[in-house]
Design a protein around this ligand. Structure first.
Ligand code: GLN
Length: 196
């Protein structure tokens, strides 16, 4: 099982480092060829406008969409924006795969970035550290979408089958819980597709 981190802009190295720490086989994904080799793809945090534009320029958006539900995708922060079907006050972004509506930079400016601890009851008992940097907020989610964690009553970690979205940055902490969970998801969906 191979995991890819979309290598256009953002916290690529940090995700690769965390995946390395938990023993996952991981590569940076820059081209269609790289994408063909992976079962799971992380779209990191960064600047969604930049990542979205370049993704389109290299036609990676089309290639990702073509993979459908055989590719498990985790969008973190800017990555979550790229996954969302609707973006408030803006045209939908590159992928538009997940049934959520999102508002960018909705906690305020850089200075309003913050660190907190979140309870993710389906993953473990102790809370996990979460860093929010100019994070988006989920304004709507369809019933197809499961909420795995909330911050002050708003969803901040969501899953729709093979799609995972976090509004925060687990790769900037020392806690591999969410990366481990992503590996489980990738294994689950890769298995069901391979029919064993
Ligand atoms: N503010 C960024 C955007 O809208 C997202 C920030 C992040 O990924 N930490 O693209």
């Amino acid at each position: 099982m191979q995991i890819g981190v979309l290598d256009i802009q953002g916290s690529v190295e940090e995700h690769l480092a965390m995946l390395g720490k938990i023993g996952a086989s991981a590569v940076a994904v820059k081209t269609k060829k790289d994408l063909d080799e992976v079962d799971g793809l992380i779209i990191p945090g960064g600047e969604s406008t930049t990542i979205g534009k370049l993704m389109k320029k290299y036609r990676l958006d089309e290639e990702i969409k073509k993979r459908g539900d055989t590719l498990t995708i985790w969008g973190s922060c800017a990555g979550a924006i790229l996954l969302a079907k609707k973006i408030r006050n803006r045209k939908p972004d590159a992928l538009g795969l997940m049934d959520i509506e999102i508002a960018r930079n909705a906690y305020g400016r850089q200075i309003d970035s913050f660190e907190t601890k979140l309870s993710v009851p389906s993953l473990r008992k102790q809370k996990i550290p979460a860093i929010f940097i100019r994070a988006p907020r989920v304004k709507k989610a369809s019933p197809k979408v499961k909420v795995l964690a909330e911050y002050r009553g708003e969803p901040v970690m969501l899953q729709q089958e093979n799609l995972l979205a976090t509004m925060f940055h687990p790769e900037l902490t020392n806690d591999p819980t969410i990366h481990r969970y992503f590996l489980e998801l990738v294994a689950t969906y890769a298995k069901s597709k391979n029919g064993y």
